[in-house]
Every structure is written in structure tokens, then in C-alpha cells.
Design a protein around this ligand. Structure first.
Ligand code: ZN
Length: 76
């Protein structure tokens, strides 16, 4: 499904079906990441640099855990 990336606002894809309370996004700029629905609800109220900082934070954690980066509401 085509959506607007919640981080950079580029045209992106949402990987369906949704798994529980998170959305998986495949963006040409931000690559592949997950975002919780609670984070998704507030992300549009954040400044672009804060959104990118949240993605950077999620990536740093994901590298350690070898998981898909997941943006949570606490990072925003
Ligand atoms: Zn993006």
C-alpha cells in the first residue's frame, strides 16, 4: 500500500498485513523501519529533524539487537 513516509514525507510503501501495534514502512530515503501506532499518532507533530533523530536512535538500537529499527513514542 502506498503511503507518505512519516519521517521524511516521501512516497513510501507500507508492508501489509500490519503486525499487532506496529507499522512496517519501506521508504526510498529511510529504508525499512517499523513504527508503533502510538508513535505514528504523534510523529506528524514533530519537527523533521526530531523525526530523523528518532529514526537514527531506532537504527542504533536495531544494530545492537540485529532487528528491524522500531520507532516508539518514547523516541519522539
Ligand atoms: Zn522516509
Amino acid at each position: 500500500m502506498s503511503i507518505t513516509c512519516p519521517i521524511c514525507e516521501a512516497e513510501a510503501e507500507e508492508k501489509l498485513p500490519r503486525v499487532s501495534d506496529r507499522v512496517e514502512i519501506i521508504c526510498p530515503m529511510c529504508l525499512r523501519f517499523g513504527i508503533t501506532t502510538s508513535a505514528l499518532a504523534i510523529v506528524s507533530h514533530r519537527l523533521p529533524e526530531d523525526r530523523h533523530a528518532a529514526l537514527y536512535h531506532a537504527r542504533a538500537i536495531a544494530v545492537q539487537d540485529e532487528n528491524l529499527p522500531l520507532i516508539t513514542a518514547g523516541m519522539l
